[in-house]
Structure formats: C-alpha cells, structure tokens
Write a protein that binds this ligand. Structure first.
Ligand code: GCB
Length: 636
C-alpha cells in the first residue's frame, strides 16, 4: 500500500528527552527549526505537516534507538546552565555524538555502547529503571539515505512526549512541545548521501503551564511513542486536502486541496480528484498559492455511506502535475437536531466506551497496529459503535483503524482539569494541539466529535479560554460536532449540568460518578439528572473501580460485583434523562496512574476498566454489552 523506498537502517542509537512548552505564532503542524548552523541561526518557518504521511513515499526510522538517561540535562546545558545549541559554535551537547579523538581525550557519554529502546515505544515500559522516570533521555538512530536532486525530504515524528529537540548530523533542526501530535522538519538541505544520524532529546517533565498540566490521572509515558518517518516529496507537492461530505449534504463533497512549492509559490495548477468506484473525476485549478476549493456533486443512488454497520471506504486519488496521493475515505454526514444525533440523516445512539492510548498487557503506550486492533476489537466485542479516545490525541493509525473497523470516534485534546487559563502562551499551546489534531484527522469519517477538553472547572477565565477553543475548532472544520466532557453540580439529590460552555458546544456531554465518588450502590438511585439543554445528552464518563477476580457482594467497593451493580443502577438513572443519546463509560481497560497507590486494590492502576490488566473481562463488561444489545434494537 505505501511506497516505502529503500533506506537501510544502520545500527540504532537515540536518546529522547523533553520538557514543556508551546509553539506560538506558527501555522498548523509547524515546529521551530534552526536553519544554518549553530545557535544563532535564524528560526525558519516550517511548512505545515504533510497530510496523509503514510501515503507518501517514506521510510520508517523506527527500530532500536540507543539512549542515554540524562536527568540533569548535562548533554543540553553547560555548567552555567546555558544551552550548548545556543552557543556560537552550536556544539558541545550530546547531539555531537562525539568519540574520543585519541587516548588523552575524555568524552563522558557514548551512544555506541549505550542500551537501546524500541521506537515507537514509551521508555517507562522498556526499562524498570525508567518506570517512574520524568526528565530527559537522549535517543539516537542512524540511517542511510540517497537524496535525489529535485526532491524534498521531511523528518516526521508521530509524537514525542513532551518536548523534543531534534538534531540531524550534529545540527539542530528544531524543537516541538506537545506529547500527542505530529511534527516535522524539512531536511532537504541537511540530508546526507550515505549515513545520517538523528538525535532527539525527549523530556517528559511536567509543568503547570503546559497542556496537560502537572496533574492528570494517567501515566506520563515518555519518549518517541509513535512512528518516525523520513518522507520524500516532489519539489511541488500536495501538502494538504480535505475530502469529506459537505455539512448535512449527502450529495456533495466539499473541501480543498493545497499544494506547496519550493519557493513558497506554486503558480496556478490543475489538480484532479477521482473516486473510480463512483465514476467521479473532477479537476480544479488552484490559485497562485496552490489552493483550490473542491465541490463535487456525487452520482445519485450510488454512494454507500460510511457507518459502523457498513464502514465503506472509497479509494480516492488526488493528482497534481508532479504529485499523486491515494487515500481511503468514508463518506458520511453528522448533525444534531434537538436531542437527536443524525448519522447520514438517521438518529443513532452512541454505544461507546472510553479508552486510553495504553496496552494494559505491556503495560505501555500502544506500539502498533496489533495493539490498536486489540483495543478496538474489545470495544466491538461489547457491541460498541463508538469510542472516546481520551484524553489526548491518539495516533493517526488508530483513527484509520476506527475508519476501517466501523467505530465512531470522539477525539480529544489534553485540556484537562486545572489549566493555567489566564496565560496567552498556554492558550496558544492548547489551540496549536487542537489545530494539529484537526489538520491530521479531518479526512477520517470515523471522527464525528472534536472534544476541546475534560472536566474543566467553571470560571469566567476558563469559559473564555474554552470558548475560544470552540471557535477555533469550528473555524477549522464545520462538518463535525464539538464536545467537551463537562462537570456536573449537585444540589441535594439533583444533579445538574449548568455550564456556560454548554452553549458553545453541540452536545450536553458530561462526566458523572454517582455510586463511586459520590454515594454508593445502596443509595445512588436517589439521584436524578437535570439537563436543561435542547441538545443530545452524552454521558462521557461513569464507572467504578473493580480489581479483576476480586469477588464480594455488590455493596463491597473494589469488587467485580460492585462495579457490575453500579452499571445496572446507572443505566436506570441515565435512561430517565430525556435526550440521552449515548455514553462512554470509564473505561475499557484498567490503566496505569501514579494517582492510584493503594497497594492491594490499585498498585498504581486505575481499576475502572471493564477488562483487567491481564486482559480478563470483568462482570460489568457483559452487563454493558447486553445494555448495548438492547439499545441497538431500539435504534434499528
Ligand atoms: C475522571 C477523569 C478521568 C479519571 C476518572 C477517574 O473524571 O476524567 O481521567 O481517570 O475520572 O477514574 O477518577
């Protein structure tokens, strides 16, 4: 499917490390890059990240990378704490990958004899010493390249948590902040014929002023957690495109194509979009900046619309004068009308489950298609038609699998709990991460909801921040719904959703923990919900911890019976809400969390999974499945 050209991976060595921060004033997908050598080289604007990276001619730079653990950042700062890469020579850091010149030369690091880690992969799960580590790792990979004149080359990272500084052949090519979104650097002028060395400083230190902040309920996995690719494009290439049904119009595709030229201009060019199976072939002419709007009338009665029941993907070809890309795209509409969610015009109930980007069996971040398939298949085993990919962007491959397997998706950014709402640079970071998510996944039919955050406490400054995010996401994509996992408020036994942010989004979507954080199984039936919005009600979380295999009566917390009874009670409570159109209980599998230290029941695991850390289905798994079987009948 992908054209992978021959680049030989040589021995591997890499160290990742990262810190926190945001990219300001940059276009989607941009990262900072130093052009020229040394520290004082000017920062150049990077072209936006390539749409459909896996559809490009590319080589994966995954595999074994050598790493050096550097808690004091000795490889980055000199003894006066000045970054080596900002010095006049730009040299001195571990990215020099230096070897002693002779016997009277001492070098205090050595990538060649350092251990290796698998990329993609978090470091915490690969070395017991790194399980709780937060700080800097340097990671090195070597590869052979044969750059061709007239081609352009991009070094693309699927995700590095959290801050990455990237060096190619000893020179800094840029940095990036944000642990779950892709970034790239153009390396056309830097790539050598023959052996190349890429070194990454990855730093997963948490900071209050980052997105997310210091406080979350998930493991802060560090490292290069997704693929690293070297992509080749022609001089003028297809940078971006959107090919999706127009909002609420099942008869028309609406979108755009964007070409990029080496000198910033492409001139007017023809681009042809074809869907052979539908007999569609449309040519558009770009403006001088390479942009063209796309509007394609679809043949009547021929289209198979994408849905969980029939996840039909069409082969779409986008061809310019010098570049051609193929994608597999589903065609569907998504809208709300009053309490209803309309998928292709038909009311649906979202039979969902929340999940983290974590394989409990490792445990660690999902490393590839096998892990991802396992997670999504578990959701399907429960008769889900929908998943909430919490609480940050999951990988591009995961979304593609959801397209293929027929699962609707809620995609989210890590605007979680107590963000530094008042700081413009924090907003810029959140907005950048949201933008990068939308830019990456806007051609995926499975994604129906962009979530702008989770359980953000109501206050004027927060509502302004979140409101701006809602505006941003709508300016990027009109076709999908906007959601957020809101908090509820309790007055006596009445649980109310009262949040000015609800006005800005398309759903009355909220988390609630009746029977677990508030009250218990015996008493939880006293609660009732008041949701005063004429919008579809989606319960984005509820749940209870249960240690897999721990059995007791249904009043005993931590038991499978307790969790199971809580689910049964919750269905009754939620079914009484007019307008209930879906839910994503918390959560598919047990997941690791430093906030969960109970030595017996938790052992640093959040136990709200319906599947244990050994992959065993708990009782409540089957209870949720039979509830979903009924809902499926109801919404046939
Ligand atoms: C929540 C959070 C989720 C937590 C969950 C819990 O409300 O959104 O991230 O893991 O509760 O288990 O407490």
């Amino acid at each position: 499917m992908h054209k992978v050209w021959k680049l030989l991976l040589l021995s591997s060595c890499l160290a990742v490390s990262f810190t926190a921060g945001a990219q300001d004033d940059q276009a989607p997908g941009q990262a900072q890059a130093n052009k020229g050598s040394g520290a004082r080289a000017e920062l150049a604007k990077q072209p936006p990240t390539l749409q459909n990276i896996y559809g490009r001619k590319h080589v994966l730079l995954d595999g074994r990378w050598n790493y050096i653990i550097d808690p004091y950042e000795t490889g980055f700062y000199n003894y006066r704490r000045q970054p080596f890469d900002q010095s006049p020579s730009g040299a001195g850091g571990f990215y020099d990958d230096r070897k002693p010149k002779d016997k009277d030369d001492a070098v205090e690091y050595n990538f060649d004899s350092s251990p290796t880690l698998a990329v993609p992969g978090d470091w915490n799960s690969q070395n017991a010493k790194l399980e709780f580590y937060e700080g800097t790792l340097w990671m090195r990979q070597k590869f052979n390249a044969a750059p061709t004149a007239g081609k352009r080359y991009f070094l693309y990272f699927g995700a590095v948590n959290y801050e990455a500084h990237v060096y190619l052949n000893g020179k800094k090519i840029g940095s990036h902040k944000g642990g779950f979104t892709p970034f790239q650097f153009e390396v056309t002028d830097r790539l050598l014929k023959g052996e190349n060395t890429v070194i990454v400083k990855a730093d997963n230190t948490r900071h209050q002023d980052d997105i997310p902040t210091v406080n979350t309920d998930w493991w802060n996995y560090g490292g290069i957690t997704r693929d690293v690719l070297l992509a080749e494009t022609p001089d003028t290439y297809i940078e971006d495109y959107q090919i999706q049904l127009a909002k609420g119009d099942m008869g028309r595709i609406e979108g755009h194509v964007q070409l990029a030229g080496a000198k910033g201009t492409t001139g007017a060019q023809d681009v042809t979009i074809s869907i052979a199976e539908l007999g569609v072939k449309t040519t558009v002419r770009t403006d001088v900046n390479g942009r063209a709007a796309v509007s394609i009338a679809l043949p009547k009665n021929k289209v198979r619309y994408w849905s969980p029941e029939d996840p039909k993907l069409y082969n779409v070809t986008i061809a310019g004068a010098t570049d051609t890309l193929n994608d597999r795209i589903g065609l569907r509409t998504i809208e709300t009308r009053g309490h209803d969610i309309l998928l292709n015009g038909k009311s649906v109930f979202l039979r969902g489950i929340s999940l983290h980007d974590e394989n409990p069996l490792i445990p660690g971040r999902l490393r590839g298609e096998g892990d991802m398939r396992m997670m999504l298949q578990w959701a399907k085993d429960m008769n889900c038609n929908y998943v909430r990919l919490a609480h940050y962007p999951h990988s591009e491959e995961m979304i593609k699998l959801a397209d293929e397997m027929g699962l609707l998706v809620w995609a989210e950014v890590p605007v979680y709990w107590t963000i530094s709402w008042e700081k413009p640079e924090v907003y810029a970071n959140a907005s950048q991460q949201l933008t990068d998510l939308v830019v990456r996944d806007k051609n995926r039919a499975s994604v129906i909801i962009w979530s702008i955050g989770n359980e953000t406490p109501v206050s004027p400054v927060r509502t302004q921040f979140m409101g701006k995010l809602a505006d941003t996401v709508r300016s990027l994509d009109r076709t999908r719904l906007v959601g957020a996992a809101l908090e509820v408020h309790r007055t006596g036994d009445v649980v109310t959703v009262e949040d000015p942010l609800a006005e800005k989004i398309d759903l009355a979507s909220f988390n609630q923990y009746a029977g677990w954080y508030w009250s218990n199984n015996k008493e939880m039936m006293k609660f009732s919900f008041k949701v005063n919005y004429n919008k579809p009600v989606i319960v984005t979380e509820f749940g209870a911890d249960a240690l897999g295999g721990y059995h007791a009566d249904s009043d005993t917390k931590w038991s499978e019976e307790y969790q199971d009874q809580l689910y049964k009670n919750t269905f009754k409570l939620l079914d009484a809400i007019p307008g209930l159109r879906g839910m994503t209980p918390w959560v598919l599998t047990d997941f690791r969390s430093p906030r969960r230290p109970h030595p017996y029941f938790q052992d640093y695991w959040n136990r709200k999974g319906l599947i244990s850390e050994t992959g065993k289905k708990k009782q409540a798994f089957y209870t949720l499945k039979s509830y979903y079987d009924q809902k499926q009948q109801q919404y046939k």
